[in-house]
Design a protein around this ligand. Structure first.
Ligand SMILES: *[C@@H]1O[C@H](CO)[C@@H](O)[C@H](O)[C@H]1NC(C)=O
Ligand SMILES: *[C@@H]1O[C@H](CO)[C@@H](O)[C@H](O)[C@H]1NC(C)=O
Ligand SMILES: *[C@@H]1O[C@H](CO)[C@@H](O)[C@H](O)[C@H]1NC(C)=O
Ligand SMILES: *[C@@H]1O[C@H](CO)[C@@H](O)[C@H](O)[C@H]1NC(C)=O
Ligand SMILES: *[C@@H]1O[C@H](CO)[C@@H](O)[C@H](O)[C@H]1NC(C)=O
Ligand SMILES: *[C@@H]1O[C@H](CO)[C@@H](O)[C@H](O)[C@H]1NC(C)=O
Length: 203
């Protein structure tokens, strides 16, 4: 009884502390920005990206390679929407698994990254790896590359209230430690495939 009481209390505390942070991808008026573009999130927190017109995306980059997809990084896919009155029904949610690892991201559409449409989750609190430096580097970058992975990779893609979990998450996640994790991954890949198909028909 004591154990279950403590367990329940711990679960409650955990749930109470996990926070969801909303990031607007562009704005009603189509500004090439993320709002906010710097997010401080604790381990277990989620960041939900909400899309405005016309057709944006988010992908994870390494600090040293802005506007280029990071290996095993997250990828929302493109989310086209024309509705300027309400944010799109498609959202992408990323869970922070390591609050010490900065997560740099950008919009892969056209030259949006090169126009400074970049952001960061948990930027370093000291040193030269600042969002301003990343933005400068993205503006100096010559290309803007979309990942080739399936839309929804590394997070959850929700379309009209139906959530599909993406496949293998970023390298910042803890290593898989059991066969249970492997079978979970297989299921996720299947889901991601469906999401990709869905996205294909959307376009
Ligand atoms: C994604 O969805 C799964 C299943 O509903 C859930 O367990 C997981 O916490 C979700 N992850 C994020 C980042 O929201
Ligand atoms: C979390 O990220 C930091 C900084 O990148 C790294 O040193 C550390 O090993 C990571 N921890 C885990 C559990 O992956
Ligand atoms: C970014 O570029 C601006 C304009 O060129 C410059 O003033 C600023 O010092 C740069 N910031 C960093 C962190 O490199
Ligand atoms: C978003 O989803 C809600 C409920 O699923 C629906 O009523 C609404 O029309 C949708 N909006 C768009 C722009 O698809
Ligand atoms: C989302 O819901 C809206 C309104 O019900 C509908 O018009 C739209 O086609 C739906 N989108 C998808 C991808 O199901
Ligand atoms: C959204 O942008 C992508 C990449 O530029 C493009 O392939 C796709 O056709 C666009 N979708 C719509 C509906 O404009």
């Amino acid at each position: 009884m004591h154990f279950s009481t403590i367990f329940a209390a711990t679960a409650l505390v955990g749930a109470a502390f996990a926070e969801d942070h909303t990031v607007a991808v562009s704005t009603k008026s189509g500004d090439l920005i993320f709002k906010p573009d710097s997010i401080k999130a604790a381990e277990g927190d989620t960041v939900t990206f909400k899309f405005w017109p016309k057709n944006h995306s988010i992908a994870q980059a390494a600090f040293a390679s802005p506007c280029q997809p990071m290996a095993n990084g997250f990828w929302s896919g493109f989310v086209p929407t024309t509705d300027t009155a309400a944010v799109a029904n498609t959202t992408f949610t990323y869970e922070v698994k390591n609050a010490s690892a900065p997560i740099w991201f950008y919009c892969t559409q056209g030259n949006h990254c090169n126009m400074g449409m970049v952001g960061v989750i948990n930027p370093p609190t000291s040193g030269e790896k600042t969002l301003a430096a990343f933005k400068n580097a993205s503006e100096a970058a010559t290309g803007n590359v979309s990942p080739t992975s399936t839309a929804g990779t590394g997070g959850n893609l929700t379309v009209n209230g139906t959530t599909t979990s993406g496949s293998a998450s970023s390298s910042a996640s803890a290593p898989a430690s059991s066969t249970g994790a492997a079978s979970h991954l297989t299921g996720s890949v299947a889901f991601a495939g469906l999401t990709g198909l869905f996205t294909y028909f959307l376009l």
